[in-house]
Design a protein around this ligand. Structure first.
Ligand SMILES: Cc1cc2nc3c(=O)[nH]c(=O)nc-3n(C[C@H](O)[C@H](O)[C@H](O)COP(=O)(O)OP(=O)(O)OC[C@H]3O[C@@H](n4cnc5c(N)ncnc54)[C@H](O)[C@@H]3O)c2cc1C
Length: 449
């Protein structure tokens, strides 16, 4: 950047957009820049990926670069004063039991992750925090719920989970208090281009908003505004919730998070008498036909979110519910048949290697993209904005230069192969819904419980 920008528009106020707004508001080089955040939803967004009961906060990565960035984020999550990010119950260091099925996909990821966190813990002088769990029995003992998953893994007592919505509300308040950022509840329909330059956005009501720089932080919806085919796409992931009693809440309150990297299934300790079971998987694509956002003429097929907020009463496909049920039976047998009272599909922005996409657009001047969370972006809430703004200023952290860059080549179809995904690749949401319809659905679900 040669001269200070007079205005920046950030589209999207999830983890990527809000943390960017915060970092810009703190940085002297942007002290005279007008910063505005636009979001199609009221805050907290009812269907944004960043808003939920809980998210896992771990430095347990097979990739050392993400492991150390996550460790930096954990420093912030661990601050527990009432005005700190981790305070008032926003972060709980419950420990994480990370497991795999021996010989199955996912094992390699867990072994590399163990090596990375052992090395981080050695540096921090906390070697005892990580302990191998070499058998199913040791996994069950560490979990303490009467069940388990996988047959090899480890426990990292220095990982945990966050109240996802609580963390976002905390940061939003901080940004509002800075008095430096304007927020608007409006939907962006298209980018406005003059030749090869993006000069602003057109809103759904026709209003045009101009800016020197547009930062797209629109998560799983980004493919609607810029052509990301073969580089990133929305995939739907299943979440199922069940109510538990006060006594069960007490019993399971201090359990660690359990994540099986072979199946992708995981369980996070309950909060407010609600337990969540979910799957970190290849997910479901939802291909829809839209006009190519880059040239506006040809029709192209793009996977975009179909959320329960837009489609009322949308449940989850049967195969996803069965997977969550199986996980519950295995992980907490005493709740095996407890009915799921809520279920939803949450949308990842997946990239081929699970890397974020944080870079200027290679062909459109004035456009920066901050997305590609690939199902693991939440934990970086306290640190990712600073890195995004570094990249805006042309100083992407060296360890992420290649990873976060705009991929030169498109892949045929985006399937995240970072070694952490369960489920089956290539599923489509409507096909999976179509496998069970009408009366059949009611009969099946009744029998199921
Ligand atoms: C089920 C699930 C479980 C996950 N678990 C974990 C976990 O345990 N740990 C972890 O670290 N990460 C986890 N993640 C990943 C993490 O939540 C995401 O990587 C992160 O929240 C993505 O943030 P975002 O800002 O890219 O997207 P979002 O939070 O979705 O924000 C995008 C925003 O853009 C807005 N928007 C979209 N289009 C427009 C438009 N045209 N005009 C205006 N506004 C628009 C949307 O309304 C939305 O608010 C999980 C994600 C999911 C879905």
């Amino acid at each position: 950047m040669d001269s200070p920008l007079s205005s920046i528009l950030i589209i999207g106020s999830g983890v990527f957009g809000l943390s960017t707004a915060h970092a810009l508001s703190q940085r002297p080089s942007f002290s005279s820049t007008t910063i505005t955040v636009l979001d199609r939803s009221p805050f907290p967004s009812p269907d944004g990926s960043s808003i939920d009961t809980s998210r896992i906060i771990r430095a347990d990565y097979s990739d050392p670069a993400y492991a150390s960035l996550a460790a930096a984020a954990q420093e912030e999550w661990r601050k527990q004063g009432p005005n700190d990010l981790g305070g008032e119950g926003r972060y709980t260091e419950s420990g994480l039991v990370l497991v795999a099925d021996r010989g199955a996909p996912g094992e390699h990821y867990v072994r590399e992750s163990q090596a990375n966190v052992c090395s981080l813990m050695a540096t921090a002088g906390d070697r005892d925090a990580v302990c191998e769990l070499p058998t199913r029995a040791s996994i069950e003992e560490a979990l303490g719920t009467g069940g388990g998953s996988g047959d090899w893994g480890y426990i990292n007592r220095r990982s945990g989970w966050a109240d996802a919505e609580g963390g976002m509300v905390w940061l939003r308040r901080k940004v509002e208090l800075s008095g430096r950022v304007g927020f608007r509840h409006v939907e962006v329909e298209t980018l406005i281009k003059e030749g090869k330059k993006v000069v602003g956005v057109k809103l759904a009501d026709g209003e045009k908003v101009r800016a020197d720089l547009v930062i797209l932080a629109t998560g799983a919806w980004t493919g609607k505004l810029v052509d990301l085919r073969g580089r990133a796409q929305a995939t739907g992931q299943v979440l199922a919730y069940l109510p538990i009693t006060e006594e069960e809440q007490e019993r399971f309150r201090d359990m660690p998070v359990l994540l099986n990297m072979s199946t992708g299934l995981f369980i996070i300790p309950p909060r407010n008498r609600i337990l969540k079971v979910a799957r970190h998987a290849y997910g479901y694509a939802n291909p829809v036909s839209i006009q190519n956002p880059d040239d506006g003429e040809e029709m192209v097929e793009v996977s975009l979110p179909r959320t329960s907020w837009e489609v009322k009463d949308q449940w989850i496909p049967r195969e996803g519910e069965e997977a969550c049920r199986q996980a519950l039976r295995e992980m907490i047998p005493s709740l095996a048949d407890r009915k799921f009272t809520q279920a939803r599909i949450c949308w990842y922005t997946d990239t081929p290697h699970g890397d974020f996409l944080i870079t200027y657009h290679p062909a459109l001047e004035g456009l920066f993209v901050a997305t590609g969370g690939s199902g693991h972006g939440y934990k970086f809430l306290p640190v990712i904005g600073e890195r995004i703004v570094d990249a805006v200023e042309g100083r992407c952290p060296v360890e992420f230069e290649g990873k976060w860059a705009w991929p030169r080549e498109r892949v045929e179809s985006v399937v995240t192969e970072d070694g952490s995904r369960g489920g089956v690749p290539g599923m489509e949401l409507m096909d999976e819904f179509g496998r069970l319809r009408g009366d059949e659905c009611v009969v099946q679900i009744e029998r199921y419980y």
